[in-house]
Ligand binder design. Structure first.
Ligand code: DQA
Length: 152
């Protein structure tokens, strides 16, 4: 199974950015953990971070033809604003899990609405780096092979 992980804007600053909200794990640490977990599950991961809405959209659009079966996406602030990212997800119809490190529902009201939540297979929010690991686990489970196969 091939999964594309998309980190949106400002997630490159993890570790230094508002540690009280996002913790001290850096993006590199998080990606290393994700790759380790994916390897244990027999899943192939590609991981991309971009601060640019158009770059995220391009990655979403090309994901199916590049052989990705699902996305794990944290669109950062674009979660709350981007009709264009929603449209890209809708247009490709690719399965995805929405993840957030912080518990967005407990933060400012403008973070309570997600433009993509109703299209997602599910949302994991509030568990820091574990949000990504839990989201990945859910995609692997949903794939129905327990993650042990790479060719199924
Ligand atoms: C975030 C939550 C968003 O509201 C915020 O803009 C982010 C990160 C999270 O992972 O908790 O950049 O998506």
């Amino acid at each position: 199974m091939r999964i594309l992980v998309l980190h949106g804007p400002n997630l490159n600053l993890l570790g230094q950015r508002e540690p009280a909200v996002y913790g001290t794990t850096t993006l590199d640490d998080l990606n290393t953990e994700l790759q380790r977990f994916a390897q244990a599950c027999g899943v192939e991961l590609e991981i991309v971070q971009s601060n640019a809405e158009h770059a995220l959209i391009d990655h979403i659009q090309h994901a199916p033809e590049r052989g990705f079966e699902a996305l794990l996406i944290n669109p950062g602030a674009y979660t709350h604003t981007s009709v264009a990212i929603r449209d890209a997800l809708s247009a490709t119809g690719i399965k995805f899990v929405e993840v957030h490190m912080s518990q967005v529902a407990a933060r400012e009201p403008f973070r309570h609405h997600s433009m993509i939540a109703d299209l997602a297979a599910g949302t994991v929010s509030g568990f820091g780096a574990d949000s990504y690991l839990l989201g990945l686990q859910a995609l692997v489970n949903q794939h129905g092979d327990g993650g042990g196969e790479t060719d199924g």
